[in-house]
Design a protein around this ligand. Sequence first.
Ligand code: ATP
Ligand code: MG
Length: 457
Amino acid sequence: MLRLIGNAVGCREALALAVAPALVSGVWVTTSPQTYERFCAGPARRARWRRWARKSWADLCRGCGLSASRTTKSRTVGLVPKEGKRFAASQSQTVTVWTHPTLMDVTTSGDLLRLMVRTRTGQTVADLEAAAAPFAAAAGARAFRCIHMTPSAVEIVLVMRDALTEVREAGMTGEVSVNAVSLGRRQDGTPWHLSVTGRHTLVVGCSGSGKGSIFWGVCAGLAPAVRAGVVQLWGVDLKRGVEVGIGKPMFSAVATDPASAVQLLTRLLAVLEERGHRMAGRTRLHQPTQAEPLHVLAIDELAVLTAYTDPETKKEASRLLAEILTQGRALGVVVLACVQDPRKEVVGLRGLFTQTIALRLRSADETRMVLGEGTATIAPSHRISPAVPGTAWVVDEDGSTDRVRADWWSDQLVRQVATSHPAPMVEDLTTPAESPAQASTRARPPRSRRTRVSEVA
Ligand SMILES: Nc1ncnc2c1ncn2[C@@H]1O[C@H](COP(=O)(O)OP(=O)(O)OP(=O)(O)O)[C@@H](O)[C@H]1O
Ligand SMILES: [Mg+2]
């Protein structure tokens, strides 16, 4: 009887010991999910990833074709019993020896698992890069990227949980920034900044891929600089002005039909030539100031202007744009153009853009066209889901690729920003542009062509 009672108490204690941690976790996760994630679930998950990488490294390398094997003969010497005595005898055996790339370091941060890998003899970093996709698949990673560290070492970054699934609404900082704008976040959760000064940007993505959030990320991101007078926005929107229309007050000039688009490009080219004459022999790189603002030409659906309009407008617009693209960078005139179709016949000027953003595309061929040869596997824009608009692949300055997601700009937010950050100057596109010779006789653009907004009002 006593033993039975003793057994019952023991069972209860064992049960309590087994249930208590689950109970504590349950209470913790429901009362404070953030601290649970930070101090318990997150570290445990990351430790599991690191353990997995170290433990399965050899198998992974073999499975992904990164290891090399060679067979060798090994001789073992042992004592063999014979006729009641033991004799020394040697035995020859064929063994397979494997060599793998070296796993130099395994680290984790947030949702990323980083593997620092050095090539084995006879291998190049390109071989490691090619194996990153099967590695990612084996790890169950959502995405990956490769960063070249040295000619023989690569960091393979596996994104184990997708930080880009949630929509994040854009916000204004009010900071006057001309060099770069903050557009959203990278797949490791860090901010994604896009250089504006000295860059021509081509944004490519099929219909509904989220070109609008990048268009407004740049234009509205520059709004404080527009209000301060150090940036001037020029808009071309031949889809009846539907996109640019919502933020029109921020723009110094907007063209919504092919004829006015050609006028706008002609005017901008005149500004550029005028500035070129003034800068000649004085400086090689333009610094944006109130007197000499950075001009940003923002074009929504470039193909309407360069491919789908009447042949004459198409030819003239392409010529003007090519001149702006080739001369503008150093003179403080940059272009941001959005387009659905990256084929050469649609965007003959593709090669003149200095940075590209690949939103959701239709095929691996399109990814190659936009981001360059060899990017279809390491930056598969054609695999971006339609459920995550604003997600894109970009090529960073160091040549590595990264997945990003732009913050979402609602129409209401764009209107609000445009109303509170109007352009101080508006351009009158109807007056003819003057020749560079005329312009060179003056130090500043003529008042008659530029009007302060307060004067218009
Ligand atoms: N960064 C984003 N986050 C979440 N949703 C977004 C984001 N960007 C755009 N969207 C949503 O995706 C849809 C399509 O976006 P958008 O109009 O910008 O596409 P688009 O590429 O400009 O298409 P089109 O070429 O037809 O104009 C819209 O409903 C928009 O609200
Ligand atoms: Mg659009």
